[in-house]
Design a protein around this ligand. Structure first.
Ligand code: GLV
Length: 396
């Protein structure tokens, strides 16, 4: 006999309030993508499903600007793609140089450590300190020095740091890595579709992103692609990758990226893939250049409005400002939690505080994909004006 009582909460209808998600992601999902995700299921090996996966692959190749055959979506969030990239590329004893310019570099270094790799220090700020924004952009000299000194087999770097709002320039980095016999691994979870990134032209060996930011699909599937150099390194592994679920050899086969018949590996999140397919289709219909321009223009409008409200942008230089997530310093005399709570309660609108090293220092406002509109710029500025009037605390 069942002895655990019925969970009363489950006997009530699911309650999901309407919110405008202008934090660092997830973004609101447009009706077309919601409709795609609510279609009836297919089996994960049905030919029609495999066709949807082929379309996703073509969409990722367009979004990443790559011809890489080993291009697919992992069944998980962008974080899962980070783990997949690191655990397939690295083996115990490999050296990895992690360029830490915010939380994602910290995470990559943590994962690499769990894999038993030797981590060359890549942090530019002393441990526990929070460097000034200009220090968060790795200057050109950092890379040749790090590569020559540590001889890593992989360099990890985040293109769009959602914790700081910094866009890391990548020009020349792929070529430099290759001259040093190193692979370039780039996190573009927060930047893909919002700022130019050209995988093949920039000689990036592994690139990944997420579904829930500019692609405006629900979290749960993550585009990833591997260059031929990266594929060859994985083929030379002496040991199997330490995860079956994320083993790129098995995933490549399931996604039709090798010459063998496609085999069952795991049950794919079918509806997440439907949504991702539509997110990629919408990006393709808009065109990458238009999408980059839309994010740039709305970010510029937002920054102008934030300055007019008397707020201080965290990233001063426009060239290295992430167009998808804007950071402002928490204004003096305010508690950031009160501002975010006020916006949620009074305006049904999410913006976020800092993350990892930026906690307590900044507020983060995301305008991504479907949410990157002039109307949303006006809404968040109006709501912030209200918050600045209502949340001031004289004792701070
Ligand atoms: C998640 O990506 C975040 O930046 O909060």
């Amino acid at each position: 006999m069942a002895t655990i009582p019925l969970p009363q909460a489950l006997l009530r209808p699911l309650a999901v309030p309407q919110r405008l998600l202008l934090g660092p992601g997830p973004s609101n999902v447009p009706p077309r993508i919601l409709a795609a995700g609510s279609q009836q299921l297919l089996g994960h090996m049905h030919p029609e499903m495999l066709q949807v996966m082929d379309e996703i692959k073509a969409g990722i190749q367009y979004a990443f600007q790559t011809r890489n055959r080993l291009t697919l979506a992992v069944s998980g969030t962008g974080h899962c793609a980070m783990e997949a990239a690191l655990l397939n590329l690295l083996e115990r004893g490999d050296t990895v140089l992690v360029a830490i310019n915010g939380i994602w570099g910290q995470r990559a270094a943590d994962i690499a450590g769990r894999l038993g790799t030797l981590r060359a220090p890549g942090c530019r700020g002393a441990a526990g300190t929070w460097p000034a924004p200009e220090v968060l952009i790795h200057p050109p000299a950092f890379f040749p020095q790090g590569l020559a000194r540590h001889k890593p087999s992989v360099l990890f770097i985040t293109h769009g740091e959602s914790s700081t709002g910094v866009l890391q320039p990548l020009e020349g980095l792929g070529e430099l890595c290759h001259r040093h016999g190193c692979l370039l691994l780039v996190d573009a979870v927060a930047s893909l579709g919002g700022a130019p990134i050209l995988m093949d032209q920039q000689e990036i060996d592994v690139l990944y992103s997420g579904s829930q930011k500019v692609l405006s699909a629900p979290p749960g599937s993550a585009p990833i692609s591997f260059s031929e150099r990266a594929r060859e390194k994985m083929l030379r592994r002496k040991t199997k990758p330490p995860s079956f679920y994320l083993d790129m050899g098995c995933l490549a086969n399931y996604w039709g990226c090798d010459d063998k018949p496609r085999m069952y590996h795991h049950t794919a999140p079918i509806n997440s893939f439907f949504s991702l397919r539509e997110g990629l289709a919408m990006l393709a219909e808009m065109g990458l250049e238009s999408s980059w321009e839309r994010h740039r223009a709305n970010c510029t409008l937002l920054c102008q409005g934030l300055r007019e409200l008397g707020l201080e942008l965290f990233v001063k230089e426009e060239a290295v400002r992430l167009p998808t997530i804007t950071t402002v310093r928490v204004p003096k005399g305010y508690a950031w939690q009160e501002i975010t709570a006020f916006l949620m309660k009074e305006h049904g609108l999410e913006i976020a505080g800092g993350l990892g090293p930026s906690v307590g220092k900044v507020l983060r406002i995301g305008l991504m994909g479907y949410n990157s509109t002039k109307d949303n710029v006006d809404r968040v500025l109006g709501a912030l004006r209200d918050a600045l009037q209502r949340c001031r605390r004289s004792r701070l």
